[in-house]
Design a protein around this ligand. Sequence first.
Ligand code: XBP
Length: 263
Amino acid sequence: MLKAVLWDVDGTLAETERDGHLVAFNQAFEELALPWRWSQARYGELLHVSGGRERLAHDLQSQPSAPRDSAERAALVERIHRLKNELYARIVVTGALPLRGGVAELLQECRQAKLQIGIATTTSEANVAALLGAQLGADWRATFDVVVCAEQAPRKKPDPQVYQYALRALHRAGHEVLAIEDAPAGVAAARAAGIAVLVVRSLYFPDGAVDDAIAVGSSLARTEGWQPPAQDRPDSRIHLRQLLDWHRRWWDARANHRGSVSR
Ligand code: XBP
């Protein structure tokens, strides 16, 4: 039985990458008089490296104009990343990056149903606070039973650390929890922690095979296009009852499969 829902942040709660982190990275390069700029397409490639600091370090390894000395390069990465996060906060506190469709409603339904709600993200607490403070108000933290960020789980997705930490904090087993994710690394992290995953496709992860999700769709604001199909009217959003149904069916199917293998 589902007892808790864990939300990924970037790409899932809000489309923060293209209009938030990418813009802030490019502003940081500019402010520091560095010659690099990332295009939207290049940033999409770099998103396969989880974590902004790690992403930047990865890119600078192949930038001919980056410092060759690794300590010098690491110090520059720190400096750029710190400034990027300041600039990112300036963007999100204006409310420029809204929650994705259907997110606020589903959060409220989970709360009313007394399900535990958590955040499981590779980004920092400050970035989450800036985003959710602007979208949910100054008491945003009260919505969540647990908030696990890069500070508590430094091993980035696809490492399951962030989800394992959340399970311990909520005193839950994997089968009682559902993760909502957009990116393959997030799906892998949740599955490695024994948690079922709902995939909501995002701007930077619009397609690609997902084998191991309870359902895959493009928006929580619509029932169209979900696989397996959603039960509600076509003009409806994804409700909690739909998550409960998909979650139960997914675990039942696995139990049946185990039963038929052992027979
Ligand atoms: C997605 C990420 C993050 C952001 C940048 O996090 O990979 O690293 O792109 O954030 P998630 P930082 O999907 O787990 O929410 O620069 O703070 O790392």
